[in-house]
Write a protein that binds this ligand. Structure first.
Ligand SMILES: C[S@@+](CC[C@H](N)C(=O)[O-])C[C@H]1O[C@@H](n2cnc3c(N)ncnc32)[C@H](O)[C@@H]1O
Length: 853
């Protein structure tokens, strides 16, 4: 099957259509399985493999699930091809086995290297040992392949995904790669020759004298700086590197004037050269070769480059490469291409080929040329090698690591290791073969790959996928389109980053733009997911503001979050996360799309109390009933009154419906309508299961860890503590321990005030949790006090510097009920930006009110 221009015309208007000529998209694609543009054949794939959704007969039920997302990082498949971040496929397999049945259709809209597809296919034929582990951990495991739709905005990502998910004919692969490499060797091996030195037994640096030939393994290049005192050139390697220990001194001496200096005090030496590919003189930073490591037979030697070596390098520099290689200006811009651009080490690096030494660029171009001749599929080997063969490869004397790329950046160090490109490509083969040998049962029938923005998946019908597993970009952490540009230039198809969901200064995208884009992405996930089905989002949380943006986007898209967990690396177990706590680790978020009947009911009773209770019913139905770990029952955070209230409020606000109940009435209603055990609420048909488990595991349920950083979490902590009544004196030292990491702008109420406002005291001076009849009075009183405090803020002018966020929350809820959106926005804008961004409730009120005015 061939992708035609007519096929492309059908999808050209879809967001994220890549930047490329049609013929290059056609050349790269392998339709219908993979297209380097939006895939016009997805509907056929779903028709063939999917099962239409019918709520009347749908009996799907699963509880939220969390497993280690970093498991399996040493697996040959995982290691075969680098990507900027990867979730190991073995980790994803557990999710797939939990949520889906064989044959189900899975979607990953930020697929990166396509690990979700690999995981789905690996369910067909798991390794024996892994199979036993899974079967000992999970009940009723149903092995068998699932079908996957893989999407990414980046053509490099979808190209890697396609290759990862496709099996190869091993014999043909070996044969073709041999032919290609021997053709390259014939043309280029002379470039990696060097004259042998006199004393081969010595590993010390020596001056060359004899003429036996060695094969260069690598050449080390050093930056050259200018001494700020005398203007002489300083070769960084000579001045700063201790040749015995390999250490690099921060302070080094100029050999001309003897002054001690630091790298940051020096300017870089600049060289000008004629760039024949661009047909112009280019000015760039100067590097000189300082060390050659070479082999004769199995023995390795080091030498200082001699005259012949330098002449050979000069000769290569003046050669015209007779094959095609990419010379695109970086990010189609050239100068200052993006957020990963740096003024110092990127000086003069404006085009893709400037990231390579001429010699390795030559080999890569030659390799590409013979791939086209013998087997274009092997371009994947080139793509997996470009980074390692670029100037990004750093060097440290005595380091055992062959690959020292600073991942997630385009950093170029002051010492660069130029590997022998032919040997590097050869060296990649065993690892690729090891991976491919494990995937011989993979079939093109199992997946389809598309290249477009998740903000626009119009080529997939609504309610058609059974499960979504995804690992979204997180804020400003990685600049995917910049990092992938070199790969994509080789593929001749580059990312259209207009809707790339990242925070990026050069692209003019801040946190709110990121949130907006993520909302659009999740809205599409919501649309194509069948109702009553799950989406798992794994997410590396480095900033609370980004985590809040993700939560906000999920809710705005219509998803209901049912569980958030973080991996405790020390105990290798999952901790539940109580809303927005200060966790800066991997998070696993389980969110579901509510049933149609619930949505209908919700809309028809909009604003009545009944909407609140039908929400709670639907939510409780989705939550785990019992979680037993090591013979102990875990409390389920989502089943607690305050989280149920938060979720109910958020759902109403997100759907633009007035919140029908205040907290006190809500808590009262909860007690009347649902069954309470250990501070958690259950549906009538769930409670037996919990009670039985409680009898079997006859110990108090374990509390989850709380991170106390503000008034709200401090109150939640006190609720945990006061399960057993305590005096002020008992509580106070523990409280002081907990509150060490207090939020910057948050006014810190005294423990005594928190106790008085939220709890009651018995005759012995012990504080306790008020029972339900008194709780509503306490809550009302507290709300009144907080509202008064909020009114105090309104009466002032200018920025608010220290305040009680709880008071602001209560105030915003009141303004929301009064439909005073303008005052919400005005007050929000008086708060420090970070407070709004880092508090999910305030962000929600602000964001929605902004839309309203
Ligand atoms: C964290 S990575 C996914 C890595 C993947 N889980 C893996 O194992 O390789 C996030 C991906 O989102 C992609 N991305 C960013 N904005 C996008 C958008 N609007 N639509 C689709 N993909 C996007 C990036 O290109 C990147 O590959």
């Amino acid at each position: 099957m061939k992708l035609t221009k007519e096929d492309i015309d059908k999808v050209r208007h879809i967001e994220g259509f890549p930047i490329a000529k049609d013929e290059d998209i056609i050349a790269l694609s392998n339709p219908p399985y993979y297209t380097a543009c939006p895939n016009p054949f997805i509907e056929d794939f779903i028709k063939e493999h999917g099962k239409p959704y019918d709520e009347a007969t749908d009996d799907y039920h699963r509880e939220p699930f969390a497993a280690d997302v970093s498991e399996g990082k040493t697996d040959p498949i995982y290691m075969a091809h680098a990507y900027h971040t990867k979730v190991p496929y073995k980790a994803i397999m557990r999710y797939i086995l939990h949520y889906t049945n064989p044959g189900d259709v899975i979607f990953d809209g930020f697929c990166g290297s396509g690990m979700t597809g690999v995981a789905a296919q690996a369910c067909e034929n798991p390794e024996t040992e892994f199979k036993h582990i899974i079967e000992s951990e999970m009940k009723d495991v149903k092995w068998g392949t699932r079908k996957t739709i893989l999407n990414d905005l980046s053509p490099a990502a979808t190209f890697i995904s396609y290759n990862y998910n496709t099996s190869v004919d091993i014999a043909q692969f070996e044969n073709d790669v041999k032919k290609i490499l021997s053709a390259c060797e014939k043309e280029c091996s002379w470039m990696f020759e060097t004259n042998h030195i006199e004393d081969p037994s010595s590993t010390q640096l020596q001056l060359p004298s004899s003429y036996q030939k060695g094969r260069i393994n690598y050449t080390v290049w050093s930056d050259v700086f200018i001494c700020p005192h005398c203007g002489a050139e300083i070769v960084f390697w000579d001045a700063a590197v201790n040749k015995k220990t390999g250490s690099i001194s921060e302070l080094f001496t100029c050999s001309t004037c003897g002054v001690q200096i630091k790298k940051k005090d020096c300017e870089r030496a600049i060289k000008a050269y004629y760039d024949d590919a661009l047909d112009k003189i280019v000015h760039t930073t100067k590097q000189v070769p300082v060390l050659i490591n070479y082999s004769i037979g199995r023995k390795k030697y080091n030498k200082i480059p001699d005259v012949a070596d330098k002449e050979r390098i000069e000769k290569i520099e003046t050669l015209k490469i007779p094959y095609w290689f990419p010379i695109d200006p970086m990010m189609h811009k050239g100068e200052k291409w993006g957020d990963s651009w740096r003024a110092g080490y990127h000086f003069g690096i404006t085009n893709v080929h400037h990231f390579f030494m001429k010699r390795n660029n030559y080999v890569l171009a030659c390799f590409y040329h013979y791939c086209l001749q013998y087997n274009p599929k092997l371009i994947t080997l080139l793509i997996s090698s470009t980074q390692g063969l670029s100037k990004q490869q750093r060097f440290r004397l005595n380091s055992g690591f062959p690959n020292m790329i600073l991942s997630g950046t385009l950093y170029i160090g002051s010492l660069q290791r130029e590997w022998n490109a032919i040997e590097w490509l050869k060296g990649k083969i065993p690892s690729i073969l090891a991976a491919k040998k494990k995937c011989t049962f993979f079939s093109t029938d199992n997946y389809i790959v598309t290249t477009q923005s998740l903000t626009d998946m119009r080529n997939i019908n609504s309610d058609s996928v059974d499960y979504i597993f995804t690992d979204p970009p997180f804020g400003d952490n990685l600049m995917y389109s910049e990092l992938s540009f070199i790969w994509e230039a080789w593929l001749k198809v580059t990312t259209n980053n207009k809707s790339e969901a990242i925070i990026n200064n050069v692209q003019g995208k801040g946190l709110l733009d990121y949130q907006e884009l993520m909302t659009k992405c999740f809205s599409e996930c919501f649309r194509i997911l069948k109702p009553n089905r799950w989406m798992t989002i794994v997410f590396h949380n480095s900033k609370n503001a980004v985590w809040n943006a993700i939560q906000e986007s999920l809710q705005r898209a219509g998803f209901i979050v049912a569980d958030v967990r973080t991996l405790d690396k020390h105990q290798e177990s999952f901790k539940q996360v109580n809303n927005t706590s200060a966790v800066k680790q991997d998070l696993v978020i389980s969110a579901y799309k509510p049933k149609e009947s619930f949505k209908r009911e919700f809309i028809s009773h909009a604003g009545s109390e009944e909407t609140a209770w039908s929400f709670v019913r639907q939510h409780l139905e989705k939550l785990p009933v019992v979680v037993v770990k090591n013979g102990k029952i875990e409390l389920i955070a989502e089943r607690q009154a305050f989280l149920l209230y938060d979720r109910m409020v958020a759902y109403h606000i997100m759907n633009g419906i007035a919140v029908p109940l205040d907290a006190t009435d809500f808590y009262k209603g909860l007690d009347e309508r649902f069954l309470k055990r250990d501070g958690m609420y259950f549906l009538a048909d769930q409670v037996n299961e919990y009670d039985t488990a409680r009898i079997i595991n006859d110990v108090e349920p374990i509390q989850f860890e709380l991170f106390v950083t503000n008034e709200k979490s401090a109150i939640a902590w006190l609720y945990q503590q006061l399960e057993k009544p305590q005096t002020y004196a008992e509580l106070q030292p523990k409280f002081m321990q907990e509150i060490k990491a207090w939020d910057k702008f948050e006014e810190r109420p005294e423990l005594a005030v928190l106790l008085e406002e939220n709890f009651l005291q018995d005759d012995n001076g012990r504080w306790y949790i008020p029972d339900i009849t008194k709780a509503s009075d306490v809550a009302k009183l507290r709300e009144k006090k907080l509202l008064k405090e909020f009114e105090g803020y309104l009466a002032t002018k200018g920025k608010l510097k220290l305040f009680r966020t709880e008071a602001i929350r209560v105030g915003f809820a009141k303004l929301w009920a009064d439909k005073n959106y303008k005052l919400i926005v005005e007050t929000a804008e008086r708060l420090p930006e970070s407070v709004i961004q880092e508090d999910d409730k305030l962000l929600m009120y602000y964001d929605i009110s902004l839309g309203r005015i």
